[in-house]
Design a protein around this ligand. Structure first.
Ligand code: FEO
Length: 185
């Protein structure tokens, strides 16, 4: 009797690469829920523009996760759904939300850079090329987080400060969305 071939074993990806990409899937999935926790906190505290930005970004992080899952499966590997736990739902202030974001995005950038470095050393140029999009995306996300934090210093949080900061966050988010739409055309 002919042996059944496990089609899932037919992958050009190294086992280590699949493991590392699954780790990144986990990180992107957790990122999505981090943003969700922050969005909900912002919404119930009246920061409606920040909340919208954060809800939108939660969806974007979900797309990042799916993008890697699709890549792994298309290459014959097996992408694993992430385990989501320990999501923060409480924050001391809106500034703390954006400080947490910047800290988190810097950690994600480092993880992506390590992954790119690994792929280059392992001569996995397909995955290396696939990850270039994430390198650019991370640079952008860090820049956005820094800009958002600048609003706190430039406007100040006293008096109507937080109200104005929330408005600026909304305006900046609209600019980013418009630029992304132009780029997609
Ligand atoms: Fe997809 Fe912001 O990490």
């Amino acid at each position: 009797m002919a042996k059944t071939v496990d089609m899932r074993l037919k992958t050009s990806l190294l086992e280590d690469t699949v493991k590392k990409l699954n780790k990144q899937i986990q990180m992107e999935g957790v990122s999505s829920f981090y943003y969700l926790g922050m969005a909900s906190w912002a919404e119930i505290h009246g920061y409606k523009h920040a909340a919208q930005f954060l809800f939108d970004h939660a969806a974007e992080e979900n797309l990042h996760m799916m993008k890697i899952m699709k890549y792994v499966n298309d290459a014959g590997g097996h992408a694993h759904a992430p385990e989501i736990k320990n999501i923060r739902n409480e924050f001391a202030s809106l500034r703390e939300v954006f400080e947490t974001i910047l800290e988190h995005e810097v950690a994600v950038s480092k993880a992506i850079n390590n992954l790119v470095d690994y792929c280059f050393t392992a001569k996995d140029f397909g995955t290396f090329q696939f990850l270039q999009w994430f390198v650019g995306e991370q640079r952008e996300e860090e820049a956005v987080s820094r800009q958002m934090l600048d609003f706190f210093d430039l406007i100040g949080e006293e008096g109507q400060g937080l109200y104005l900061i929330d408005l600026e966050i909304g305006k900046f988010a609209a600019q980013i969305n418009a630029a992304a739409q132009t780029e997609a055309k």
